[in-house]
Ligand binder design. Structure first.
Ligand code: FAQ
Length: 328
């Protein structure tokens, strides 16, 4: 229970849609007119629950997402790359702040969100449970995962909930710098020495499947898409976003001479849709349930950060903190 909000499970979805038919009608008309829903507006409990779930998971993905690349800051090849990577990692953590703020407008306190992350109750993106083994992994993450995130977030920044849509607009501007940095890093390796080329191809081979999973399970098995699209929180389905990624990035990857590790990848000339080999959805479900290569390590790092920062939070809450003199 958060304030007067009870977090419910999806079996109750149908019942909640009937909670107040007249208010629901006005709410849906507002959305149909393209108006934003703001925190003070009436909203169905199910809309609130879905938004908290999605924005919270997104926020967690940003702080956990800083970890695979973050481990390479001290080993970046050269000062320019080090500065760029530091700025990127810092941006990702900043995105988490914006997203936690947006989720808090719906009534769930930040501490509760962090607790749910650490207990494994709340998910974060599958991709951040894989290791960044080489420098080339950071390049592939910054190019292709940021590209995927941009496809998702540009679409959803047109969504119905004001605080989330505005946070996404700002995040997308920064992500577009990350994308360029990632592309530049991949091209540098792909056009470099034989070893550099092999290293970036190896990274692509390992990251391709997680990137396919990033957009979520196939529409036919996606639990939440229908209601989220009805209320314009999600502006495109998982499969449509995956197709958009193929359309935009398969040609770019091939153009720089890298081989996509899927012999079945092909574009149907009639429908314009990409067909692809089975990306092993059982692996996806295993990873998001906590059994990926790095899940335990990622949460352990996050838990240590929480514990190490506890004294700062305590100090800020202490009555004496009110009398602290600003530094500037
Ligand atoms: N990973 O019914 P659906 C970034 C779960 S930001 C883990 O299809 P939905 C920036 C889903 O939660 C990356 N779990 O779900 C960056 C649900 O489980 P639940 C994050 C996933 O919500 C770059 C169940 O499967 N982006 O990368 C995933 O309609 C580089 C059923 O799935 C966002 O969070 C997944 N990939 O669609 C940072 C964007 N997919 O909750 C650092 C906002 C699905 O019932 C470095 N979120 N699940 O237990 C969304 O757009 C949507 O939530 C989807 C999933 C599209 C992720």
């Amino acid at each position: 229970m958060y304030g007067n909000l009870t977090v419910i499970d999806s079996d109750e979805q149908a019942r909640l849609l009937d909670e107040n038919p007249e208010k629901l009608r006005q709410f849906e008309e507002r959305i149909a007119r393209g108006e934003k829903i703001e925190p003070q507006h009436w909203m169905p409990k199910e809309y609130r629950r879905q938004l908290i779930r999605m924005i919270e998971q997104h926020a967690h993905s940003e702080i956990i997402g800083a970890l695979p690349e973050g481990t390479w800051i001290t080993r970046a090849p050269g000062f320019r790359r080090k500065m760029a990577l530091m700025a990127k990692v810092q941006d990702e953590v900043g995105h988490a702040q914006l997203l936690y703020n947006a989720a808090e407008t719906l009534g769930k306190p930040r501490e509760q969100m962090i607790n749910d992350l650490l207990s494994g109750k709340s998910k974060y993106s599958n991709v951040f449970n894989y290791p960044a083994k080489t420098w080339a992994d950071t390049a592939v993450i910054a190019w292709l995962i940021d590209a995927s995130a941009i496809i998702n977030q540009v679409a959803n920044s047109k969504g119905s909930y004001g605080p989330y849509a505005r946070a996404l607009e700002r995040i997308c501007q920064e992500e577009s710098f990350h994308l360029r940095y990632g592309y530049d890093s991949v091209v540098t390796l792909a056009t470099g020495t034989k070893n550099q080329r092999a290293m970036v191809q190896d990274a692509l081979n390992r990251w391709w499947r997680p990137v396919m999973h990033f957009f979520g399970p196939p529409d036919s098995t996606s639990e939440h898409t229908q209601i989220l699209m009805r209320w314009k929180v999600k502006m495109a389905s998982n499969d449509d976003m995956r197709q958009q990624f193929f359309n935009q990035y398969v040609p770019k990857i091939r153009e720089i001479g890298l081989v996509i590790p899927d012999a079945q990848l092909a574009k149907d000339k009639e429908t314009g849709k990409w067909t692809y080999g089975d990306p092993d959805w059982s692996e996806f479900f295993r990873v998001i349930k906590g059994d990926g290569p790095c899940n335990k390590e990622r949460l352990a790092v996050r838990r240590a950060a929480e514990e190490n920062g506890a004294w700062v939070r305590r100090a800020l809450r202490a009555p004496e903190a009110r009398y602290a003199v600003p530094l500037s």
